[in-house]
Design a protein around this ligand. Structure first.
Ligand SMILES: Cc1cc2nc3c(=O)[nH]c(=O)nc-3n(C[C@H](O)[C@H](O)[C@H](O)COP(=O)(O)O)c2cc1C
Ligand code: SF4
Ligand code: SF4
Length: 251
């Protein structure tokens, strides 16, 4: 079974691509994350966990979801992390997670997709996103072949800098950088409530139709990029930037 988390659609795309190639089921963890609930899942097919890379690691909310959920049946776990560039030493945390859950770690596949972190980077230029998604397809097909053949994914090379990124920099980003206070709306807000329904952590509530952010945020960019009138900004960092959603799922 393919189990996924996605903020702006890249990981959903990869999960559904794999589900199609493997003739298996893809399950979105959205409702479980939102309710802070554990899942009880059963599958004789290998578990394939698909998510974005956050600060060179699997997103903490998704790791926590895996940690607290029950997975009956197959003991094989493959991980596919979509990323804007690279996954650093994410493999280390994933092997620990597998040991904790009694899974046999079958490998990590980093898949470069359009970078959605608009707080730090610009959105992909027109056409660039489609190019990256097309370039990812052979990788995903090869991943499906390996899963079907019960082969491990290839090893990801990890150097000292990768360990630094996935270690102290990851720690620092969660502690000092992933904040909600800078989120605000402009006068363009039409009070549609979509941002609140899109948040996988249920971190947004509406007051007189306008969003108010709580402090349970993982910077997934779903609210900022999903607003139909681009009324959400993050401080000055996102001003004037195009928004990004995986073009396959864009409204
Ligand atoms: C909070 C945050 C942190 C990120 N950190 C990394 C990173 O460390 N390395 C990387 O290559 N991409 C990073 N990205 C880019 C995303 O992993 C990438 O765009 C991913 O495909 C988004 O998936 P989604 O559309 O399923 O949410 C980050 C994005 C966000 C929002
Ligand atoms: S999605 Fe945009 S327009 Fe709709 S309530 Fe949220 S900020 Fe306002
Ligand atoms: S508040 Fe926005 S950025 Fe934060 S988790 Fe919710 S949707 Fe993602």
């Amino acid at each position: 079974m393919i189990v996924y988390f996605s903020g702006t659609g890249n990981s959903r795309y990869c999960a559904q691509f794999l589900a199609h190639a493997l003739n298996d089921q893809a399950m979105d963890a959205f409702s479980f994350l939102r309710e802070q609930a554990a899942a009880e899942l059963n599958s004789q097919r290998p578990w394939v966990f698909v998510a974005p890379t956050y600060a060179w690691q699997i997103p903490r909310v998704f790791a926590q979801f895996i940690r607290t959920s029950t997975f009956k049946g197959s003991r094989d776990a493959y991980f596919v992390l979509t990323c804007g560039g690279e996954t650093g030493n994410a493999v280390h945390g994933l092997t620990d997670l597998c040991a904790e859950k009694g899974f046999s770690f079958r490998g990590l596949l980093p898949v470069v997709m359009p970078d959605n972190y608009l707080v730090l980077f610009p959105a992909p230029k027109p056409g660039e996103a489609e190019e990256k998604i097309t370039a990812a397809q052979p990788l995903l097909l090869e991943a499906a072949r390996r899963i079907e053949a019960k082969e491990d994914f290839s090893m990801v090379k990890v150097g000292a800098l990768d360990k630094f990124k996935s270690g102290p920099i990851n720690e620092g980003m969660y502690r000092f950088f992933i904040k909600t206070r800078p989120f605000h709306t402009t006068d363009a807000c039409v009070k549609c409530g979509k941002c609140a329904s899109l948040c996988p952590l249920g971190n947004i509530h509406l007051e007189e139709g306008k969003p108010i952010w709580g402090d349970r945020c993982t910077h997934c960019m779903a609210c900022l990029c999903g607003c139909p009138v681009n009324a959400i900004e993050y401080g000055k960092a996102t001003r004037g930037k195009a928004r990004y959603q995986c073009p396959v799922y864009k409204d």
